[in-house]
Design a protein around this ligand. Structure first.
Ligand SMILES: N[C@@H](CCC(=O)N[C@@H](CS)C(=O)NCC(=O)O)C(=O)O
Length: 249
């Protein structure tokens, strides 16, 4: 189904931003040609069957992927958001191609991976295999702790990381220019504002650099165009960032 112009193939669930969005943002910022395979038509070899086939057979070089998102580039297959961005970063000009900078970015991205897992656990604290409605009391407890303790801890961490990065006067997380980690932090703020608007109003006051970084990413022409386009799936209650008013107490 891939035409020659689609250099990268992203395999991710077609109806949510989810973890795939961190990869989409990097590809969009770079203006890369890519195919969001499961959003393509089944008749042309896309759709969810193509994603399931990738999970099952992973025809290419690389580890058998456990879960999406998965990137295929030529014959190389990469899964896990942080590994995908580590791979794509230098190719897309979204990280300085030196080992110290790449490992610095990878560490930040892995912190975001941990943070995303905690966001997920606010609505699925007991099991992925159960519906939200079957774990509501636990979700309430988890979300209360998450909004009170964990959001400020993570946001505060990134605020300090920005402050410490004097090479960019606190404007970027790694080095002196935009990296894929800045795009991912933008997405965390977007998602948390959707899921927990009240808590974010409070916590953002303590993190002016994080908010400024979010705003500067939002204003980048390719990101602004993408966010306004149909390619950007709206947040919804099937994704990672879900807005359940009852979880904000
Ligand atoms: N560490 C992985 C997590 C991947 C992941 O949990 N993917 C979700 C969708 S967002 C999934 O389909 N998981 C299936 C499962 O855990 O059984 C990453 O960062 O990409």
């Amino acid at each position: 189904m891939t035409s020659n112009k689609d250099e990268y193939e992203l395999f991710y669930w077609p109806s949510i931003q989810g973890r795939g969005e961190f990869v989409r943002l990097a590809l969009e910022e770079a203006g890369a040609s890519y195919k969001d395979v499961a959003r393509g038509s089944k008749s042309e070899g896309g759709g969810v069957p193509a994603l399931l086939a990738m999970l099952k057979t992973a025809d290419g070089e690389g580890a058998l992927p456990f879960a999406p998102p998965i990137l295929k580039h030529k014959s190389v297959i990469v899964s896990h958001v942080a590994a995908i961005l580590h791979y794509l970063g230098p190719k897309l000009g979204l990280i300085t191609d030196t080992e110290p900078k790449r490992i610095e970015a990878l560490q930040h991205q892995l912190t975001i991976t941990d943070w995303v897992a905690e966001v997920h656990d606010t609505h699925h604290p007991v099991s992925n295999g159960l519906y939200y409605e079957d774990q509501k009391p636990e979700a309430k407890k988890r979300a209360k702790e998450f909004t009170k303790e964990r959001i400020p801890k993570f946001i505060g961490h990134f605020e300090r990381a920005l402050e410490r990065n004097t090479a960019s006067q606190g404007k970027h997380l790694v080095g002196s220019s935009l990296s894929y980690v800045d795009l991912s932090l933008f997405q965390m703020i977007e998602g948390l504002r959707y899921a927990f608007p009240k808590a974010m109003k409070t916590h953002e006051k303590e993190a002016p650099r994080v908010v400024a970084l979010h705003d500067s990413v939002a204003a980048r022409p390719n990101i602004a165009a993408y966010v306004a386009s149909k390619r950007r799936i709206p947040f919804n209650e099937d994704g990672i960032f879900r807005h359940y008013p009852e979880l904000e107490g």
